[in-house]
Design a protein around this ligand. Structure first.
Ligand code: GLC
Ligand code: GLC
Length: 812
């Protein structure tokens, strides 16, 4: 429990009971290509496909007051003006509750005997938000009130919307209907899309010009028209178009009124852009609005949305003696995996949606969290990502979702990227067994005619890393590896330069021990794929290379008590006892150990002990120690952060699972689970005052012990932490691990964890896996019984589609 809210697991909701959370606690809506961010006070925005280029609502980042812009309902009841979500007026409410659910948010407010219940959701396969508002007069006297529904339009390109005022302030255009307000800026020229905000009844007044609605010097908390209970019926020409709709309502004691709004986005074909010269073709908007005109229609659409999530979240679940774990795994972690898959790192309350495209590396990792839920979309994503690869195996570091083209500004040369394509594809193959993906033709750099098979892309990815080695036989790091801030070839000395793209950059000397670990892990899995498709020669070559790499790590990547992190451009050690600062790093120790390097020789155990001794805290494992206290030109961005933040000794949640997984590789279940729990928000709920971000999702980073705000999280939602923690808990700790040949059962748990059951759909069959641990071991499987028959080993061969498979596992 904490003082801001609680979980309602039966409803799969987080219930927020006071609006002034330590930071806006948000939710996402949308499952197709229309997405919304919505905070617990109804702030946020929506976009279609691309948060930068098709932004529908305007939002003010880092603004004051916090979280300005959203879908605001204003209620004027006598002299009182209030919002059901408290903001923006912040009139104290008699009751407030926000329920963030799977793809929807309910916000309920009550004031002076009037209750307003709002529900926001994005219906399946629709490019719109539906807003339902139910007003109930719970007082003894009749009420005459005004309800205003309000949004502010973004002029589409969210970036120029904030900077190009000499143009923007003259381009805004709208059209007005009796029950719908249309935003059509730039539609007259090159755009074929517009947005609209409509209601299921005609309004009594409207405004489309922001100044007319708010007044020149007022904020959203005091709109002139609302305070007066009027509308100016303004038609915006330039300046800032908005949609404000007024309804005059009379409510008898006990009576309710319900309104349904649709905030939609429409694209018209070129030949059907206009219904008359200069007049937009509104038929699709009207059809969309009409599809949610009645309570029954809106109920049905909402029921479909709930069924969608019920189905998805029914595909993997655990029932254990640890309720916090079950709830995390069964609900919020998988939900967050879906959101990170949809958004990559584009739009959150920490990512502006204008800065970054989709990360090549990030998007591949995100696949691991959703491949069991939406394999078809994972398949498409892999092909899209691979199509941005260069013929030499290098990769654009990012690509734009709208065009699916590589992002030239950031370019390529991040040494780890090719391996992440292996990672993503391997995760897909192990889950689905769909080897047909490997023969799909995929171009390079999206150039038509350059297609080779996806398998060829994998081969080129593998080769690229195998042949880009430095003086110690370790992979060259390029502009950075997983750690974007370890810029060993850039040497940026002036503010404003990009740490990643500045400088001579790819460099023939600086090497990464992390990439070496990844190469061993995914190179071996690549070899398994080659075997599975009958290319045993390539498999052999690949295993030869990974073995060589493993040797190179043990010879040149071992520092005595832990794995080194890298060699810099001058061949000096990074992450070594010999360094003055940054002596030990988490990534190479996690990854090399989980890849099995030095397990036999006892190096992995030693490395993990060093991590525990030197990097562990109550909130998780820090990225490095001791932090960099000054700027190191030879290391780059990592040393630009004040100690304890981000990559400079923050607790980077994303990489904690690597260490936890490594612990399972050496069989230490208690430690693996302890690491899991430390960053799991569900176990941190009572620390919200310190932690600050949403207690239902992972954050990218928690301030490390060197920071004044130790324990404070940042960058919630869009982080590889989601997919990696899910991989860790589901595959390594609970031990239900998909392989090319079927599910392997190999749990690694604390000895007192108790028995548990995992239910999982795998390649179309439904598995019920009961795991018993009578002798209280941490790892080891004594027997596996499948549908009553004992099998050899612990890999369950795939069953037929729709078959029900009962598996009884005894550890020991
Ligand atoms: C961010 C980036 C990710 C990178 C990590 C560490 O999370 O999105 O690509 O691996 O930071 O620098
Ligand atoms: C990652 C890091 C961030 C850095 C960025 C640069 O997201 O977490 O600190 O600024 O990469 O691309």
């Amino acid at each position: 429990m904490n003082c801001y809210g609680h979980f309602d697991d039966a409803a799969r909701e987080y219930v927020i009971t006071r609006p002034d959370t330590p930071w806006p606690w948000i939710n996402y809506m949308g499952t197709g290509d229309f997405f919304s961010l919505i905070s617990n006070t109804a702030g946020g925005y929506c976009f279609c496909r691309d948060a930068k280029f098709r932004r529908i609502l305007r939002y003010r980042y880092n603004g004051v007051p916090m979280d300005a812009g959203g879908r605001y309902f204003y209620i004027k009841d006598g002299d009182t003006v209030w919002n059901p979500g408290w903001k923006p007026c912040k009139t104290p409410l008699d009751l407030y509750e926000c329920r963030h659910g799977m793809g929807y948010t309910r916000i309920c407010g009550e004031k002076g005997g009037l209750r307003a219940e709002t529900l926001f959701f994005v219906p399946l396969e629709q490019r719109c938000e539906v807003h339902r508002v139910k007003l109930t007069n719970r007082s003894d006297s009749p009420k005459q009130i005004q309800l205003y529904a309000f949004v502010e339009w973004c002029l589409w390109n969210a970036s120029t919307d904030m900077e190009n005022f000499q143009r923007n302030l003259s381009t805004g255009e709208v059209e007005v209907g009796p029950d719908v307000l249309f935003h059509k800026t730039e539609y007259r020229e090159r755009r074929n899309h517009y947005a609209f905000y409509g209601a299921n009844r005609p309004f009594d007044g409207f405004d489309t010009d922001r100044e007319a609605f708010l007044g020149m010097y007022n904020g959203f908390d005091a709109p002139e028209q609302v305070l007066a209970g009027t509308s100016a019926n303004s038609v915006a020409h330039g300046w800032s178009p908005v949609a404000a709709e007024r309804f005059d309502l009379t409510l008898a004691p006990g009576a309710s009124e319900e309104l349904i709004f649709v905030l939609g986005y429409v694209e018209n074909p070129a030949e059907a852009k206009f219904e008359a010269p200069g007049v937009i073709n509104k038929a699709p908007a009207r059809a969309m609005r009409d599809a949610f005109a009645t309570d029954a229609q809106a109920d049905a659409a909402f029921a479909d949305l709930r069924a969608y999530w019920d189905d998805l979240l029914g595909r993997f679940s655990v029932a254990s003696d640890v309720p916090e774990l079950d709830r995390t795994v069964n609900i919020w972690n998988q939900y967050q995996c879906m959101i990170t898959f949809f958004m990559s790192r584009s739009a959150s309350y920490f990512e502006s949606g204008i800065g970054r495209g989709m990360g090549f590396r990030d998007s591949n990792q995100d696949l691991a969290g959703i491949v069991h839920l939406i394999p078809d979309r994972a398949r498409q994503r892999i092909l899209d990502i691979a199509a941005t690869q260069f013929p030499d195996g290098g990769c654009y570091h990012q690509y734009q979702p709208l065009t699916k083209r590589g992002n030239n500004d950031i370019g390529g040369g991040f040494g780890d990227d090719p391996l992440w394509l292996l990672f993503g594809t391997i995760a897909y193959l192990k889950e689905t067994g769909d080897f047909t993906i490997l023969s799909e033709p995929v171009p390079f750099d999206n150039v038509p005619g350059s297609e080779v098979t996806l398998l060829e892309h994998l081969k080129i990815s593998f080769r690229r890393v195998a042949t880009s080695l430095g003086p110690h036989g370790l992979p060259l790091i390029g502009r950075a590896d997983w750690n974007d801030c370890l810029n060993l070839n850039c040497f940026s000395a002036h503010p404003g330069e990009s740490f990643q793209t500045y400088g001579p950059s790819e460099g023939p000397v600086a090497e990464s021990v992390l990439i070496a670990g990844m190469f061993v892990k995914y190179g071996n899995e690549y070899a398994d794929i080659c075997d599975a498709v009958g290319d045993h020669e390539e498999a052999k070559r690949a295993r030869f290379e990974t073995e060589k790499m493993s040797d190179a790590v043990m010879k040149n990547g071992w520092d005595g008590e832990w794995f080194l992190r890298a060699y810099d451009a001058e061949g000096r050690k990074v992450g070594s006892k010999d360094c003055e600062e940054g002596k030990i790093y988490i990534e190479s120790n996690g990854f090399c150990s989980l890849a099995g390097i030095g397990v036999r020789e006892g190096l992995a155990r030693k490395a993990l002990d060093s991590v525990k001794e030197r990097l562990d805290t109550e909130y998780g494992i820090m990225l490095l120690q001791p932090p960099y206290t000054r700027y190191h030109l030879e290391l780059g961005e990592i040393s630009s952060y004040p100690p304890g933040y981000k990559e400079n000794a923050g607790i980077f949640c994303h990489v904690n699972p690597w260490v936890s997984i490594a612990e399972t590789v050496i069989g230490r279940g208690s430690r693996a689970f302890e690491i899991y729990k430390k960053t799991c928000p569900r176990f941190l709920e009572d620390k919200s005052e310190i932690h600050r971000t949403e207690p239902y999702v992972y954050s990218q980073m928690v301030a490390g012990k060197d920071a004044p705000s130790f324990g404070e999280a940042k960058n919630s939602w869009l982080t590889g932490t989601a997919a990696w923690t899910f991989t860790n808990i589901s595959q390594y700790i609970l031990g239900v691990y998909p392989t090319l040949k079927g599910l392997r059962i190999d749990p690694c748990i604390p000895s007192d964890f108790g028995d548990y059951t995992v239910k999982r759909i795998y390649r179309g069959a439904r598995y019920i896996i009961k795991i018993k641990n009578p002798s209280r071991v941490e790892k080891g499987v004594k027997s596996v019984i499948v549908n009553g028959e004992k099998i050899d080993g612990n890999v369950i061969p795939p069953a037929g589609v729709n078959e029900r498979v009962l598996v009884e596992v005894t550890m020991g």
